[in-house]
Every structure is written in structure tokens, then in C-alpha cells.
Write a protein that binds this ligand. Structure first.
Ligand code: TA6
Length: 281
């Protein structure tokens, strides 16, 4: 465990407005985004694991080619690999990873994933997946954003009212599958007050975390993904994670742009792009 995770080695982007972004080559993971007022907008656990096979607890993990659990390692394998930095300018950077012997032993496909990160008035994260082989494949994906909040009790997620979701906590408790648990969010705002693990199927283009930091809100608009995931482990599940201080469940909420419900199918040579644009208001 490290108390000062891999920030030192990170790629730094700086915008004239004063906002900054730090990204590590490990997982091509955005780990910090400060706004023009100098306020951090992303959560990063000070107990995150680091090292060759670790997944970093916080920031923006890149999930590919499997969201959640299944035949592959949970949330796929690119979040635990080192990516190549292929471009780095003051306000943007591009990272790339491709199949290799290790990935093909798990998943026998040929592919590249590029992650473009660009800082302007917004933070834009764009994920391109290309099928470089001669057979089609299917995958799920997400940008697993950990948004920092001053206090989970006084922030709220707006935008998912009227959207159907699968409640993965019910699935866990009842021993049923997630697809058994279809619910509809009736309220315009979701205030997290206990363990929450939901996959919203479809939904709006943008969602906001109201009163996230200093009464300001964090907005995230997604293109190409289609689904949203909202996760907070709350007290007991956070303690069980082992890489998060006990009370930190109060300091973040994951609001993730994902393609979870219906996998993307890519023909040989085809490409898919999923993007998100994050702003402060
Ligand atoms: O995106 C929500 C989720 O799939 C939850 O079910 C929870 O397990 C979380 O991701 C974190 O997963 P991790 O493997 O990073 O501990």
C-alpha cells in the first residue's frame, strides 16, 4: 500500500485557466483533475494499491473489454496494464495499448485502445477501440469516474429520474442475477444514503453531481456509451475493499459512462468511440 500513489510519475496537463490533469501510464488512468479555482474534482484513495498488477482506487479507471464480473478479470485487463504515451502536448495527451501474448491468453482477439485526454474549459476523455484482427469480437466498457464530494449526504445525482436500472446490491443479497432486479428511479435526484450499485440502462446524455465541491456541481456528458453506472460501497463494503480509508465512502460517488447492457460488436477493421466531457458549474 502507498500513501502517496503514483502521482509523481504522472503526465501533467495544464490549461491557461489554471485547471490541471494528471494521468498515469498505469491503466492510462486520470488520477487528478483540478478546476480553474484549484479545487480537486476527482477522488483518489490515499491507500490505493500501486505496482505492476494493481488497479488504482480513484480517478478515471478505463474498463475494457469486460465491465464487472465474467469470464475475464473483473473490469477487464487494461486498467492494470501500463499503456504507451504516444502524444503529449500542454493540454492533451494520448495513450495506447494493444493486444499481446498476455491479453490473448485471456481473450483471443486483436485490438488497440487509445485514450485521448484533453483539457479545455472541460476535461474530455475519449476512448477509441479498434478491431485490428480478422474476426469480430464483442466487448463492454466504461469510464469508471470517481467524483470527489465534500459530503455524500449533501450532494445529489441529477439526471437519472425516470430511467430504469438494475440494482446489483439486490442481486448480491438475494443471490439472483442483476437482470432480475429491474427498477425505475422515480425521483429526479438520487441522494446516496447506503450501499448503491446500479446500472441504468440507457438514459440521458448528461448527469450531474450537485453540490459536489464547495457547493459547485460536476457535470458529465457522455457520447457513444449509452448506459450509466452509479456506485458507492457505503461503510461495510468500503471497509472490505482494503484500499480505502474507512470513512472515505462519504467523499466520493462513482458516476460512470458505460456500455454494460448490450455489448458492442466490432467487425474486423471497425472502430468504436466512447467519450465523456466533464465540466464544473
Ligand atoms: O462500477 C461499479 C462496480 O462494478 C461495483 O460493483 C464495484 O465492484 C466497483 O465497480 C468497484 O470494483 P473494483 O473491482 O474496482 O473494486
Amino acid at each position: 500500500m502507498s500513501s502517496e500513489p503514483v502521482l509523481d510519475a504522472a503526465v501533467l496537463l495544464e490549461h491557461p485557466s489554471g485547471s490541471t490533469v494528471r494521468i498515469t501510464r498505469h491503466g492510462a488512468q486520470v488520477m487528478s483533475w483540478t478546476d480553474a479555482a484549484g479545487r480537486e474534482r476527482l477522488y483518489l484513495s490515499r491507500h490505493t494499491r500501486s505496482g505492476a498488477d494493481a488497479s488504482i482506487r480513484g480517478g478515471v479507471p478505463v474498463i475494457f473489454p469486460q465491465f464487472g464480473t465474467g469470464p475475464l478479470p473483473k473490469h477487464g485487463f487494461v486498467r492494470t496494464r501500463d499503456w504507451s504515451l504516444v502524444a503529449h502536448l500542454p493540454t492533451r495527451a494520448t495513450f495506447r495499448i494493444a493486444d499481446d501474448d498476455v491479453s490473448r491468453a485471456l481473450w483471443p482477439h486483436r485490438w488497440t485502445v487509445e485514450l485521448h485526454v484533453e483539457l479545455s474549459d472541460a476535461l474530455v476523455v475519449r476512448m477509441h477501440v479498434r478491431n485490428t484482427g480478422d474476426a469480430q469480437f464483442a466487448f463492454t466498457a466504461a469510464l469508471h469516474n470517481y467524483f470527489l464530494v465534500d459530503d455524500i449526504a449533501s450532494s445529489a445525482i441529477r439526471g437519472l429520474g425516470g430511467v430504469a436500472y438494475h440494482d446489483k446490491t439486490v442481486a448480491t443479497i438475494a443471490g439472483s442475477t442483476a437482470s432480475d432486479a429491474s427498477e425505475l428511479q422515480r425521483d429526479a435526484e438520487l441522494v446516496i444514503a447506503g450501499e448503491t450499485d446500479r446500472v441504468y440502462v440507457g438514459g440521458p446524455r448528461s448527469v450531474s453531481i450537485e453540490q459536489a465541491i464547495d457547493m459547485s456541481s460536476t457535470h458529465v456528458a457522455a457520447d457513444g456509451f449509452g448506459d450509466w453506472v452509479v456506485w458507492n460501497p457505503w461503510r461495510d463494503a468500503a471497509a472490505a475493499l482494503g484500499d480505502m480509508p474507512p470513512d472515505d465512502y462519504r467523499r466520493f460517488v462513482c458516476v460512470e459512462a458505460g456500455r454494460v447492457e448490450s455489448p458492442i460488436v466490432l467487425a474486423p477493421g471497425a472502430e468504436w468511440t466512447g467519450a465523456e466531457t466533464m465540466t464544473v458549474a
